[in-house]
Write a protein that binds this ligand. Structure first.
Ligand SMILES: *Cc1c(COP(=O)(O)O)cnc(C)c1O
Ligand SMILES: [Zn+2]
Length: 423
C-alpha cells in the first residue's frame, strides 16, 4: 500500500500542494498549510499492527527507524526516501515520573516529558529532521534550493539570547545573522527573504515541522502503554508545537490507537501572552502584542504564526490557557530542581501553570498529567546562575542555594557540613 500525504489549507480551501512544493500559505485565502495524510491508506494495518510496529522500532538499529520520528515514518512523511533522511536519532526522550514534585502538589500521576534531552537540547530536532530531509530530497530531485533559512529565538536555529543556543548554529557552520530586532521582527524579514523560492523557510509556519513534532504525542501514549493521560501542559510561543501535539493525538484517534483525547493546557509567559489575552475573549478577538523581555526567551513572541492552528487545537481538546509571571516561572523551576529536575525557564512556565490549575481545582488530584519540558536546563545557565545569585529582575528567590565560601581548613569544612545536616 502506498501511503501518501499532501499540503492543504488549514481553513479548508480546496487547493492541494505536494509536500515537495515550496509553499507555506494558501493561494486562495492566505491561510497556513498543513500536511494531511491519506488515512484510508493507513487503515490497511490494524491498530494492533501499528502499535506492534512502533514498539518494535523503538528498539531497532535499522536506519532510519530507530529515530523516534522516523520510527513513525508512514504517519510522518512516507514519501521521503530513506537515503535522503537527515537524522540524529532524535526523539525517544524519557518521560520522567515527577514523584516528589507531584507529591508536593498532591498529584501522584505527574510526568515530565523531557524533550530537551536531545541533540540540540530542545524539541525542535523533531520537526527539523523532517523538514531538512524533505529539502535534501528536493535537491536530489533537481529542485533549485540554495539555502534553508529561519528566524529563531535560539532553539529553532539551535541564535541569540543564551550563549549555549547561539553557539550551536555557529559551530555547525550556519550563517548566523544577529538582527537588531525581536523574534517577530526577524520573522518578518525571513518571510520576505523566502519570497525567493530558492531559500526554503524552516520556521514552524512550514507545515513539515509539525509532522515531526507531532510524534511527541505518539511517544507519550506509547510510554503509557497506549493509555492517554488526562492532561498535557505545554509552554507555547509561536503556537506550532501545541498544534503539532494535537495533530499527533487526532491521528492516533482517527486510526483507532486511542479512544479519548487529553485536555491541553497552554502555558504562556505573562510578558508575551497574546494567546492568553485572546482566550480571555473566548478567542473572539486576537490582538498581537509587543512581547516584553522574559526569561522564557524561546516563547517571547507577540504575533504567533500558528494562532489559527492553535485555536482549532484548543477547541478539539477542551483546552485552557494560563500565564505565569517572571517570579512564578522562576520559583516553579527552582522548586522542580529541588526535586531532581533541571528545568529550563519554559518548563518553569508550564510548571507554574500546572500549580495554578491544581490550586483552582481545574486539574484534579487524581488526574494523570504530562508536562512537556521543551528544552534542557543546561541551555539556560544564566537563568540558573541569576536565580541562585538572587539577581533576576522581578524574582524573589525562595529556593536560593548559593555555595558556602570557606578557607581550605578541615575544621571549617566539618563545621559547615554538621550545620547543614542539622538544619
Ligand atoms: C520553540 C520553543 C517553544 C515554543 O514552541 P512554539 O511552537 O513556538 O509554540 C517552547 N519552548 C522552547 C524551549 C522552544 O524552543
Ligand atoms: Zn485557504
Amino acid at each position: 500500500m502506498a501511503y501518501r500525504s499532501w499540503l492543504e489549507c488549514v481553513r479548508g480551501c480546496e487547493a492541494r500542494h505536494s509536500i515537495f512544493d515550496v509553499a507555506y500559505q494558501c493561494e486562495t485565502c492566505g491561510g497556513l498549510l498543513d500536511v494531511r495524510h491519506d488515512s484510508e491508506a493507513l487503515k490497511d494495518r490494524s491498530t494492533a499492527a501499528w502499535m506492534q510496529l512502533f514498539d518494535r522500532r523503538t528498539r531497532t538499529t535499522e536506519w532510519p527507524y530507530g529515530s523516534g520520528v522516523w520510527g513513525k515514518k508512514e504517519w510522518v512523511c512516507p514519501e521521503v526516501r530513506n537515503e535522503n533522511i537527515v537524522s540524529m536519532y532524535e526523539g525517544h526522550t524519557n518521560c520522567f515520573w515527577a514523584e516528589r514534585f507531584g507529591r508536593e502538589l498532591g498529584i501522584e500521576d505527574l510526568w515530565v516529558k523531557l524533550c530537551g534531552n536531545s541533540h540540540t537540547g530542545s524539541f525542535k530536532d523533531l520537526g527539523m529532521t523532517v523538514l531538512v530531509s524533505v529539502v535534501k530530497q528536493m535537491i536530489a530531485d533537481g529542485k533549485p534550493i540554495r539555502a534553508v533559512a529561519c528566524a529563531s529565538t535560539g532553539d529553532t536555529s539551535a541564535a541569540k539570547v543564551s550563549t549555549a543556543q547561539l553557539i550551536q548554529p555557529i559551530a555547525n557552520g550556519a550563517l548566523v545573522l544577529a538582527l537588531d530586532a525581536d523574534f517577530d521582527g526577524c520573522m518578518r524579514i525571513v518571510q520576505q527573504i523566502a519570497q525567493d523560492k530558492s531559500v526554503y523557510l524552516a520556521n514552524s509556519m512550514n507545515a513539515l515541522r509539525m509532522e515531526g513534532q507531532k510524534t511527541v504525542a505518539m511517544e507519550i501514549v506509547q510510554q503509557f502503554d497506549w493509555q492517554v493521560p488526562d492532561w498535557i501542559v505545554i509552554p507555547v510561543g509561536n503556537l506550532g508545537n501545541v498544534s503539532a501535539l494535537g495533530k499527533g493525538f487526532l491521528l492516533m484517534k482517527e486510526l483507532g490507537l486511542i479512544d479519548k483525547l487529553p485536555r491541553i493546557a497552554c502555558a504562556q509567559a505573562a510578558r508575551a501572552n497574546p494567546l492568553y489575552l485572546s482566550y480571555q475573549t473566548g478567542f473572539r478577538e486576537f490582538v498581537p502584542v509587543q512581547a516584553q523581555k522574559t526569561l522564557a526567551s524561546a516563547i517571547q513572541i507577540g504575533n504567533p504564526v500558528s494562532y489559527e492552528r492553535a485555536v482549532k487545537t484548543l477547541a478539539a481538546f477542551d483546552g485552557v490557557v494560563e500565564q505565569a509571571s517572571e517570579n512564578e516561572l522562576s520559583e516553579a523551576a527552582a522548586r522542580a530542581d529541588r526535586t531532581g529536575m533541571y528545568a529550563c525557564p519554559h518548563t518553569g512556565v508550564a510548571l507554574a501553570v500546572l500549580i495554578k490549575l491544581v490550586d483552582r481545582g481545574e486539574i484534579k488530584h487524581d488526574d494523570s498529567v504530562v508536562v512537556i519540558s521543551t528544552a534542557h536546563g543546561l541551555k539556560f545557565t544564566d537563568f540558573k546562575v541569576g536565580y541562585h545569585e538572587g539577581t533576576l529582575n522581578e524574582v524573589i528567590a525562595h529556593h536560593r542555594n548559593p555555595p558556602v565560601e570557606l578557607p581550605a581548613d578541615y575544621d571549617a569544612v566539618q563545621r559547615a557540613i554538621d550545620q547543614a545536616i542539622a538544619r
